[in-house]
Design a protein around this ligand. Structure first.
Ligand SMILES: [Zn+2]
Ligand SMILES: [Zn+2]
Length: 363
């Protein structure tokens, strides 16, 4: 077969080229995924700007791929439990699956990774390692999650932000029935965490945002946020004190990119003995704080690195339940030829566009 596969290649910072690659030959242990949609998140923006993964360029971006199994080898089909025509969500990491870390469930920190979808360079054959393409190569060690096919692709592809929401609010946040959760930041992951918190039985969820996040905060209320705070007009700590009658939040999720003040807010707004989950990267900036506060309030501070299989699979169940109007969160779909514009739209660089969830579809 001489068919060529189109893919958007990130060549350098803010430089995307549409290129063609030979369709990979598959064997008994691997496969080929026909991309239906691939989500975009803040990491894609950082990567596009050259702040992340720049040492692995050129590469095909897109680490949130959803697609249909086009080809699957006999042994791979058995191992993955899939057949051609099945819809699957693909995890980012391609772990070794045999080291101590992999075998004890910590595969996200596997040191013998075979690659990462959305990041492995095109120099590594067969080049098709990113979701901003017509097809993605399924490495024998890839991690797949089957999904129902009757859900629109731009909603099904939310398995990735929803997975983050589930992991941060429920698994790392340790959410209990009746908890009060404060979510700092109202991007797609803030809203996903709100949905996960509500699904898991949180009694009160408070979401914060900036003045320009007006529409996102309205969306948060639509998804069940009990209170929203415009941090440019209101004092976060005062409002949380007022809402909780001084009890403060059981769990605080800090999801804001770059801003360091919310880290302090998170520690101030959590109750004695509560949990703070840090997931908003600050680009290496220093946070000035008194660490005594963590001791005196007996706070558990957790770093949220990535999403694991358990969170993806629970997120997929939430999506499949149809309980939440997730389509409301999806704002933009772009074709492969508009990859750069898609990323810039999510980044808020396109005037007049208020993006929450953005996806790329090859068609
Ligand atoms: Zn992502
Ligand atoms: Zn490993």
């Amino acid at each position: 077969m001489t068919e060529m596969v189109r893919a958007a290649v990130l060549v350098g910072p803010r430089h995307v080229d549409l290129r063609e690659f030979p369709r990979p030959q598959t064997g008994p242990d691997d496969g080929l995924l026909r991309i239906e949609a691939c989500g975009i998140c803040g990491s894609d923006v950082e990567q596009y700007k050259g702040h992340l993964g720049g040492d692995r360029l050129p590469s095909i971006q897109g680490h949130e791929p959803l697609g249909i199994i086009e080809e699957v080898g006999e042994r791979a089909a058995k191992r993955w439990g899939v057949e051609p025509g099945d819809r699957v969500a693909l995890e980012i990491l391609i772990p070794c699956r045999t080291c101590e870390l992999c075998l004890t469930g910590r595969y996200m920190s596997c040191r013998s990774k075979r690659g990462s979808y959305g990041y492995s360079p095109i120099a590594s054959e067969p080049s098709l390692w990113g979701g901003f393409a017509e097809y993605v190569y399924l490495h024998p060690n890839a991690i797949l999650h089957k999904m129902r096919k009757d859900i629109p692709a731009d909603v099904a592809v939310m398995f990735n932000p929803m997975g983050a929401g589930v992991r941060w609010a429920c698994h790392l946040g340790g959410l209990q029935l009746g908890d009060t959760v404060l979510i700092l930041g109202c991007g797609q992951r803030g809203i996903a965490a709100l949905i996960a918190a509500k699904a898991a039985g949180a009694a009160t969820v408070i979401v914060t945002g900036l003045e320009r996040d007006h529409a996102k905060l309205a969306l948060a209320r639509e998804f069940g946020a009990d209170h929203t705070i415009n941090v440019e007009r209101e004092d976060t700590i005062e409002r949380v004190t007022e809402i909780t009658d001084g009890a403060m939040a059981d769990i605080v999720l800090e999801l804001t990119p770059m801003a360091t003040q919310p880290v302090i807010h998170a520690l101030q707004a959590v109750r004695h003995g509560g949990r703070v989950v840090l997931a908003g990267l600050k680009g290496g900036r220093t946070v000035e704080m008194r660490s005594d506060m963590i001791i005196n309030k007996a706070i558990t501070v957790v770093g949220a690195y990535g999403v694991d299989s358990r969170a993806y699979s629970e997120a997929i169940r939430i999506i499949e339940s149809g309980r939440f109007p997730l389509a409301r969160m999806h704002t933009h779909t772009f074709p492969l030829t508009d990859t750069a514009r898609a990323i810039e739209t999510l980044a808020g660089e396109v005037p007049g566009e208020d993006a929450v969830h953005v996806a790329i579809t090859p068609a």
